[in-house]
Design a protein around this ligand. Sequence first.
Ligand SMILES: *[C@@H]1O[C@H](CO)[C@@H](O)[C@H](O)[C@H]1NC(C)=O
Ligand SMILES: *[C@@H]1O[C@H](CO)[C@@H](O)[C@H](O)[C@H]1NC(C)=O
Ligand SMILES: *[C@@H]1O[C@H](CO)[C@@H](O)[C@H](O)[C@H]1NC(C)=O
Ligand SMILES: *[C@@H]1O[C@H](CO)[C@@H](O)[C@H](O)[C@H]1NC(C)=O
Ligand SMILES: *[C@@H]1O[C@H](CO)[C@@H](O)[C@H](O)[C@H]1NC(C)=O
Ligand SMILES: *[C@@H]1O[C@H](CO)[C@@H](O)[C@H](O)[C@H]1NC(C)=O
Ligand SMILES: *[C@@H]1O[C@H](CO)[C@@H](O)[C@H](O)[C@H]1NC(C)=O
Ligand SMILES: [Fe+2]
Length: 470
Amino acid sequence: MVLIPKTKNLIIFVSLILAFNAATLCNGGITSRFVRKLAAATDMPLNSDVFRVPPGYNAPQQVHITQGDLEGEAMIISWVRMDEPGSSKVLYWIDGSNQKHSANGKITKYKYYNYTSGFIHHCTIRRLKHNTKYHYEVGIGHTVRSFWFMTPPEVGPDVPYTFGLIGDLGQSYDSNSTLTHYEFNPTKGQAVLFVGDLSYADTYPNHDNVRWDTWGRFVERSVAYQPWIWTVGNHELDFEPDIGETKPFKPFSNRYRTPYKASNSTSPFFYSIKRGPAHIIVLASYSAYGKYTPQFKWLEDELPKVNRTESPWLIVLMHAPWYNSYNYHYMEGETMRVMYEAHGFVKYKVDLVFAGHVHAYERTERISNIVYNVVNGICTPVNDSSAPIYITIGDGGNLEGLAKNMTEPQPKYSAFREASFGHATLDIKNRTHAYYAWHRNQDGYAVEADTLWIFNRYWNPVDESTSATA
Ligand SMILES: *[C@@H]1O[C@H](CO)[C@@H](O)[C@H](O)[C@H]1NC(C)=O
Ligand SMILES: *[C@@H]1O[C@H](CO)[C@@H](O)[C@H](O)[C@H]1NC(C)=O
Ligand SMILES: *[C@@H]1O[C@H](CO)[C@@H](O)[C@H](O)[C@H]1NC(C)=O
Ligand SMILES: *[C@@H]1O[C@H](CO)[C@@H](O)[C@H](O)[C@H]1NC(C)=O
Ligand SMILES: *[C@@H]1O[C@H](CO)[C@@H](O)[C@H](O)[C@H]1NC(C)=O
Ligand SMILES: *[C@@H]1O[C@H](CO)[C@@H](O)[C@H](O)[C@H]1NC(C)=O
Ligand SMILES: *[C@@H]1O[C@H](CO)[C@@H](O)[C@H](O)[C@H]1NC(C)=O
Ligand SMILES: [Fe+2]
């Protein structure tokens, strides 16, 4: 006898399928039960210790460094002088040597609404030796200030290297706590991968650019001594036609430089560098990325050039996350995901993708969502051993506060999520293993709140075992 379901049975049958689907989609990972105090994030006032102007006539301030070439043999040194342009010279020497080298930079200056910047200096020093401590001096002619940095080891597959990860930092008391935790973390980061949204000056009336200056002074204590690799976020746009400011990224572009030409990029907002065992691709969520655009064409050329024998770890930085299970910035990263996921990140086996924008922390399983086309309707993220792990680390502590509202239940692809401020470290050991740890600000400096041994997709493409603790 053929069983023909009555309407009622059919409804039950359909509901069962739906329930089954919900069960496979949801209740995946850990939503941390950590309880934090619910205080708003408040910006540090202008007279805070961290914003103090260094003493002395025309003293250089807001000193910051970033990698200046493809392989880490150059450094871009930047600083601001307020009283007069002064010399753009950098003196530098190897630790213990008395042979001083010198290089000359360039000066830039900009206006934003009724704000006029100081004299912004950028100087690239080149032909540095790898794995070497350098001292440098800026402010020549007036008030000289001295700093130092370590160059990275020569690019190669088994040179250990430790990156710090910070996003959406801003300049609140929580931002200061995040930076302090990064500095005192016993896992010493050697360079910071910064995933965008620096000063949040744009949240002030007329984007008060004085808050770009205070931010520069605040982070100097880290970024004058180790390079921060810059990604741009929406708070770098500073696009405000109402007050006549129609050139996107004007303050950021004048103040922060990236070595984009070294990777044949035509824009400072997307580029790549090699550093130790890693090939790092920086993408721009707020520059055109559709087919035939400069960013699309650059990435299309760039991905096949990544040599995993030389640089086993392929890491991507961007601002707007592709996989985000918080109730904020709904699907903002979706169009870029559709453009780049299948033929880019999965095809070329990207190890890790770091993003910010959502002010919380989240780590996914290795997943992709690349089967969907406009007729088949198959659009569920699935486990994929060729796909990256996606980490949202927009929890630097800016004044906008935490993203606490999560979608419920937690989607299956989300391995760990928590709305707390913090930072992370990625400790690359060799071509097969890296140790990743996320730290929340409420804990002691050495406490790791979410950890994972990450296995390289090219050399060691086996499943990671989650050792997360909530
Ligand atoms: C810029 O304009 C605002 C009001 O529009 C004013 O409060 C501020 O003092 C001005 N700043 C400068 C540097 O003139
Ligand atoms: C910021 O943190 C540093 C280092 O922990 C501390 O010395 C300083 O007083 C803090 N400043 C503010 C305004 O909280
Ligand atoms: C940039 O382009 C030039 C000219 O085509 C080429 O020689 C060089 O290898 C390219 N550099 C990179 C990093 O791809
Ligand atoms: C990749 O890097 C290795 C190690 O440096 C080198 O021997 C090899 O020639 C490179 N491959 C390509 C295609 O450039
Ligand atoms: C996907 O991977 C996670 C973590 O390895 C695992 O817990 C889960 O069972 C996997 N799901 C499927 C459908 O294989
Ligand atoms: C959380 O977000 C959802 C979806 O946007 C919304 O419906 C809900 O009201 C929010 N809850 C709170 C407490 O803000
Ligand atoms: C790579 O590092 C991991 C973790 O430290 C270690 O267990 C493994 O033996 C190392 N591999 C090689 C080839 O040294
Ligand atoms: Fe953002």
